[in-house]
Design a protein around this ligand. Sequence first.
Ligand SMILES: Cc1cc2nc3c(=O)[nH]c(=O)nc-3n(C[C@H](O)[C@H](O)[C@H](O)COP(=O)(O)OP(=O)(O)OC[C@H]3O[C@@H](n4cnc5c(N)ncnc54)[C@H](O)[C@@H]3O)c2cc1C
Length: 410
Amino acid sequence: MREVVIVGASLAGTRTAEALRRAGYDGTLTLVGREPHPPYDRPPLTKAALVRGPELESLVLPSTVDLDARWITGHWATDLDLTDRHLRLDTGERLRFDGLVIATGASARRLRPSGVGPLVHHIRTFEDCVQLHQALAAPDQKVLVIGAGLLGSEVASVAVARGHRVTLVEATEGPMLGALGPEISAYCARLHRARGVELRTSTVVLSLSPETWRGKKATAVLEDRSSGDRWAARADVVVAALGTVPETGWLRESGLDSDGGVRTDGSLTALDRYGVPVAGVVAVGDVARAPQPLVGGIARRVEHWTAAAGHAEIAAATLLGSAAAGSAPVPSFGTEQHGFEIRAVGLPGVGDATTVVDGTLEDHRFVAKRTLRGRLVGAVAVNHTAGLTPYRAELERQTARTPEATPGGK
Ligand SMILES: Cc1cc2nc3c(=O)[nH]c(=O)nc-3n(C[C@H](O)[C@H](O)[C@H](O)COP(=O)(O)OP(=O)(O)OC[C@H]3O[C@@H](n4cnc5c(N)ncnc54)[C@H](O)[C@@H]3O)c2cc1C
């Protein structure tokens, strides 16, 4: 392999570049990134950077490897031709490759009711964070956060701590329900309410308009799905945190299976529409729909920092044909909400039972394990990260011995 092109120059892309060089790859390396910035860290965008105000220098991802790469930033790949092994950029330039790393991540799912576009904040990029931080600068505003997943919950937590009146609207029965399961979601709901967030679960936004009323800039019509009640909520700032959409538009004509993310096998080799691995093409990070050993090898995207970083070694080993590809990292993520540190390993959301194994919810220091038909699939800790260690180890044992975790797996 002499020419590797990496599309997407953020966490997963640059970590894969580093892993390739560390593994001895000495051919050409080209990184294409749509953002004009050096690669930076996204998790602080809804945490410290949103509190203090984002500064790019402090977010830039550190690197210890001299990549000796060509960087093409501020430009993007528009289409991919796998027959002739080249891709095209928005500038018209053709880039030939014999190894391709697809690391284009995801973008925020947009809420676009007519007429309110500029009113609604989404949060994925540095610029999004700058704008939201500015919008939250005036005191005592009414903030409507739509979506109580990880990002919406964090934004609500920051906004209420800054003295704003926050309404957090969630379509399911609880915040972060899909990630943590019902019992810990209910715990998070209590945290929000105790800190003064008006949390509305099972509630959807029917419409959002730039109607001005008593100085408020937007009016949302909300509906409680369980009671059928409808009411109007006014807001100065609206934040839509509706999850993400994988950045696969440029792959539409490529023949790869890219619906809902680029489907890969256990070695992160991309699969075509017939499920056949395409040699020399790997997908990493948020865009990759890789088999998850914890759920029987079903392919799904895991949008966690550790997954994006952890894919790098596997993808590099796969491209270089080395045997050391190993197995996908056990998913894990952390969040801070209302001053409480919440950490999760595995896929707690897919479980069907919760058992508190250490501490108590009342003391705000506990570890709860999540099982699916009696088998451990994840664990969650609040203010007790060290308590996760045995569960992480057990999940690592499970994923290491599952055939789907190995290259060539489902
Ligand atoms: C606000 C926020 C908070 C988060 N908090 C946490 C957290 O607490 N814990 C956690 O585990 N995870 C968190 N995450 C998720 C974590 O940041 C992601 O999992 C990680 O950034 C994924 O990295 P990636 O490189 O795969 O994708 P991305 O970071 O999305 O990078 C993809 C890059 O590819 C570029 N690109 C897209 N299309 C093209 C194209 N056609 N051509 C060229 N370039 C292209 C994009 O512009 C982008 O720069 C958070 C994410 C956000 C947005």
